[in-house]
Design a binder for this molecule. Structure first.
Ligand code: TXA
Ligand code: MG
Length: 329
């Protein structure tokens, strides 16, 4: 997995000042947010941002999310924003909601992959916000994994996936939500969801009325978290409806279940939430996939979760992870 030497791992409660200074001097810092770990760089520094694309082997057409320490920083960075955008920021920040705004001149085009718009959020994680505040700059950060692979929910996942391509990993323990933020474009008034995520559509609707859900609807990837094949483990992954016992063909198979252990002789089983709690399931999703991936099974079977609340975002990730699977022969 890791190809080179290891990055410096600092405990989040003692490493903020050092990590902030690495950010200020153009380095890469992986840090915890409430969703997943981010791979951060100074968003005002084009060369630092370029290092993110290199470290992740991320295509240059895939824009980054800019992270702020505090909602009051938004206006300072981009000026006035449309009323519907301001209302959502007011209601949900800090939190797992990314909003689309016009890119300000201070942010170099590489951060937004040349788009005239910028994705921005205030993470609901005390270490993340302290880091950004201490750095004194907005922080561009995609999820801290190599492009197309599983998002990291623990510092170990970052170390394993990126190795010394990152300068410092701030270890703040496992992330609370476990899946990425919901991305919303509300510039036109009615919110349009560009990526399903940790903030459920129902919560947006309650705050802002009807919303449109349009992940990955266009040919050009507006939000590549919406590319058909994404969030994939190395092991082939297949979605099943449940109940099906493993085929007796000598292949060791793992099963990722929502709440009930499946019948049959599986090499390994991970249960997302024995209580059937979708929030817990989301928090465990990538962790469970990382674990199954590490067991060396030949195939991972997974059943979808109920299509409500954050369950929609979980199923969205599962479908994209399964999209890389091709039957042998
Ligand atoms: O929870 C999260 O959002 C995590 C943490 C670290 O904050 N970040 C994250 O970043 O998931 P990343 O790079 O894995 O996904 C960012 C998504 C990409 O799919 C990107 O295309 C989309 O945000 N995005 C960025 N700027 C955009 C823009 N101007 N318009 C539409 N989509 C944009
Ligand atoms: Mg990502």
């Amino acid at each position: 997995m890791t190809t080179g030497p290891s990055p410096r791992v600092l405990p989040a409660d003692r490493g903020i000042a050092e990590a902030a200074s690495v950010l200020r001097t153009g380095g890469l810092v992986a840090f915890p947010t409430e969703t997943v770990y981010g791979l951060g760089a100074n968003a005002l520094d084009a060369r630092a941002a370029a290092r993110i694309f290199e470290a992740k082997a991320r295509p240059s057409f895939d824009p980054l999310i800019t992270h702020l320490a505090d909602a009051t920083e938004l206006e300072k960075l981009v000026g006035a924003v449309p009323a519907a955008v301001a209302a959502l920021a007011e209601r949900f920040w800090p939190g797992p909601l990314t909003l689309i705004v016009d890119r300000p001149a201070a942010i170099p085009p590489i951060v937004t992959s040349g788009l005239a718009t910028m994705a921005v959020r205030v993470p609901d994680n005390a270490y993340a916000r302290a880091l950004i505040a201490e750095a004194g700059v907005p922080v561009a950060a995609p999820s801290a994994n190599r492009f197309g692979q599983l998002s990291p929910t623990r510092a170990e996942h970052v170390v394993r996936g990126l190795g010394a391509a990152v300068d410092v990993v701030l270890d703040g323990g496992p992330t609370r939500c476990g899946i990425e933020s919901t991305i919303v474009d509300a510039r036109g008034g009615q919110p349009v969801v560009l990526r399903l995520g940790a903030l459920p559509v129902e919560a947006l609707e309650e705050a802002a009325g009807p919303v449109t859900v349009r992940p990955g609807s266009s040919g050009r990837p507006v939000a590549p978290g919406t590319l058909a094949a994404h969030y994939a483990p190395r092991t082939p992954l297949r979605l099943v409806s449940g109940g099906e016992p493993p085929a007796a063909d000598g292949v060791r198979r793992g099963f990722l279940a929502f709440r009930d252990r499946p019948a049959g002789d599986w090499a390994v089983v991970e249960v997302l939430s024995a209580d059937g709690d979708l929030t817990e399931a989301a928090a465990r999703l990538f962790d469970a996939l990382h674990e199954l991936d590490a067991t060396g099974v030949g195939e991972i079977l997974v059943e979808p979760v109920p299509e409500v609340g954050v369950g929609r975002a979980i199923n969205d990730r599962l479908r994209r992870a399964a999209a890389t699977w091709h039957p042998a022969g």
